[in-house]
Unconditional design. Structure first.
Lengths: 120, 541
């Protein structure tokens, strides 16, 4: 998996490209989890992600746990229908602030970097 | 094996035979081999070890730090006398050095040479077949490197053997001795070689030994019924396949031989399938006979038995075949490394021919490595494989190519395989107009089950094979996953609490939940030491 990393309006944006499965989850984990040791909200942009399995969700859950402990906000955006379905049937959709696209996510995170409001 | 680097199979002209490899060309051939090794980055190579190009290849492969596996056609003493010593004594020392450096040295036929080209031809089939079988198992290409003289007439057992049956022209390189000869100003190649071989007393045969594993469980009074059943089975088998060249039996044991490995695979598969499916009730049998079957191949002596007047075969490989049968698993077709190598090289040759004629060809058989097993009666050890039918595999004309409704994939227990499987499933679904959401669901179910099995299912560190069959009918998609991992029933796994909040949420257990949610049914059975999970997904029409 390729992982792009950039910063916009003080929000650290991570964009995994391709597949997040048991092969690539470790790489994403190694990149995402240390972000919660520093301040500034984290956005994971799924718009370039074709596929996520339970191994990918596991990394997201670890991220959510770290976010809660360190009070560094995390939000997700840009999910395809299939990825969104996986978040729904796992019950994960309720655990995250999920935005339709990057712009709306960054606006919300920049406005309230600690506790982003879920758009739903 | 390093991922992605090809396995090299080498064959080359020898020094000391006629004039096919003038010693003056030694350094330019060596340079050609070095260039190829640098370009291919192979970590494993297969070769024989005749004086000349073979030994040059072995020396340079070892110098590159790669693993060398040598196959010799006959007992070593004869090999040295015939194929090494004529080039001069210093070649014998070089031969000993590469044998010392090789990771593996195998003799394709533990017999005397007897001036016999059959053994050379068979050894070439072993090199190609084993190299290709191992490359397919490792998921890397097999690359053929030849150092030979295209202008010289093809002697049986010479490197030219490979040219006519190599299935992948994109994985073939040639060091052209005619070309090197011209550039070095060495005399023209010979126009005819005098073959020193008389007609051979030996022929390459595929050999079957089988017996009824459950024979002693039949009470005496049921034995006549058993023979009736087998007679009815034989009628069906005879209508499906061509008969073996010879077949003999005594009691519950059967011995047969055919000219090709493919013929024997056809015959044995028909035998297995008919015996497994023919209804036993009309024959009054209480139980179905179960066969133990072992397939082997090699050069054997052929003749007529002086007492019976019937055809017979004998020699080292016949004895070896008989020793493999007792270790075969009843109900499965078990085969030696020699058999699968011969079958592989025959299927490759058929593929090459189909390509030349513009036909489609798919292999009819697959093989799965079982392990290195001890043979009884001090016959050493044998690499054993299981042979099974690959659905839809046969020669199909390109004009009316039917779309198969089944996809069968074999993968090893390596997480890196999952990406390849996902691509195959995606394109299979796309070609059959299955929507992306269904394809995603199917891929997710496959991924979760395979990840589980590969990560937690095996107690050893050995390589295992997992079989996956995806089938589509008008309104449903079915998926079978079969593995020999520890028993695991996904229908019994505890469901995760999907309502839990972040702090209470466990990190595992979601995968099986996805399988059960995304699929319309999940069935499990443990059969014959294997887990079999069958999933169905209904399709909207």
């Amino acid at each position: 998996v390729d992982i792009r990393r950039e910063t916009a309006s003080g929000v650290r944006v991570i964009t995994p490209v391709g597949r997040m499965d048991s092969n690539s989850a470790r790489e994403v984990e190694a990149m995402v989890l240390p972000l919660f040791d520093e301040s500034g909200p984290v956005l994971v942009d799924f718009s370039a992600l074709d596929y996520i399995s339970s191994a990918g969700l596991r990394v997201m859950l670890l991220g959510a746990k770290r976010s809660k402990a360190s009070k560094v906000a995390i939000a997700l955006c840009g999910m395809s229908n299939a990825v969104s379905e996986v978040f729904k049937i796992s019950g994960f959709a309720k655990l995250f602030a999920i935005y339709p696209d990057r712009d709306s996510a960054i606006r919300a995170l920049a406005a309230d970097p600690r506790e982003p409001q879920s758009p739903t | 094996l390093s991922k992605g680097y090809p396995i090299l199979i080498f064959a080359g002209e020898r020094i000391g035979a006629a004039d096919s490899f003038p010693p003056a060309l030694e350094e330019s051939v060596r340079a050609g081999i070095c260039d190829e090794l640098a370009a291919r980055k192979a970590r494993l190579g297969y070769s024989s070890a005749s004086a000349g190009a073979d030994i040059l290849f072995c020396e340079e492969l070892l110098a590159s730090g790669a693993e060398l596996r040598i196959f010799l056609p006959c007992v070593e003493e004869d090999f040295i006398a015939q194929y090494v010593a004529p080039a001069g004594d210093h070649w014998i020392a070089r031969y000993r050095a590469v044998i010392e450096g090789a990771a593996q040295v195998e003799v394709s036929c533990e017999e005397r040479l007897l001036g016999d080209e059959t053994l050379l031809k068979f050894n070439n089939q072993m090199l190609q077949g084993i190299g290709r079988v191992n490359a397919l198992r490792a998921g890397v290409p097999a690359h053929l490197l030849l150092a030979f003289s295209p202008g010289a007439p093809a002697e049986p057992g010479s490197p030219a053997d490979f040219m006519d049956q190599w299935p992948e022209p994109e994985h073939l390189s040639i060091i052209d001795l005619d070309d090197l000869r011209e550039r070095a100003g060495v005399a023209e190649p010979p126009t005819s070689l005098v073959s020193g071989f008389p007609s051979s007393p030996r022929a390459i045969r595929a050999i079957l030994f089988a017996d009824i594993a459950t024979y002693t469980k039949f009470p005496d009074e049921q034995l006549p019924l058993l023979w009736d059943f087998l007679a009815a089975a034989q009628d069906i088998i005879a209508s499906k396949t061509k008969p073996p060249l010879l077949i003999n039996s005594w009691g519950d044991a059967v011995h047969a031989a055919t000219e090709t490995a493919h013929d024997l695979a056809d015959y044995t598969m028909a035998l297995t399938e008919v015996i497994a499916t023919l209804d036993i009730a009309p024959f009054g049998l209480d139980r179905r006979p179960l066969l133990r079957m072992a397939l082997h191949a090699g050069p054997v002596f052929v003749g007529i038995h002086p007492l019976t007047g019937r055809s017979m075969i004998y020699g080292h490989h016949v004895n070896r075949a008989a020793r493999i049968e007792p270790i075969a698993t009843p109900g499965e077709i078990c085969a030696s490394q020699h058999f699968v190598a011969l079958l592989r090289s025959e299927m490759d040759s058929a593929q090459h021919e189909a390509r030349v004629l513009g036909n489609m060809y798919r292999d009819r058989y697959d093989m799965e490595y079982v392990g290195l097993l001890d043979l009884p009666k001090q016959f050493g050890r044998e690499s054993i494989y299981r042979v099974f039918r690959r659905s839809g595999g046969e020669v199909i004309s390109t004009n009316d190519r039917p779309q198969s409704s089944e996809l069968r994939l074999i993968l090893s227990n390596d997480l890196a395989e999952i990406g390849r499987i996902a691509s195959a499933v995606d394109s299979f679904c796309a070609e059959r107009r299955i929507g992306p959401d269904v394809a995603y669901a199917v891929n997710l179910a496959i991924d979760e089950l395979l990840t589980n099995t590969i990560s937690y299912g095996y107690r050893d560190r050995a390589r295992h094979m997992i079989e996956l069959v995806l089938g589509i009918t008008a309104n449903r998609l079915t998926l079978l996953i079969r593995d020999d991992a520890e028993p695991f029933d996904p229908t019994l796994a505890a469901a995760p609490d999907i309502e839990a909040e972040i702090d209470d949420r466990a990190v595992g257990g979601l995968g099986i939940h996805f399988v059960r949610t995304m699929m319309d049914s999940v069935e499990y059975r443990r059969s014959d030491g294997h887990n079999e999970v069958t999933l169905t997904k209904l399709l909207e029409s």
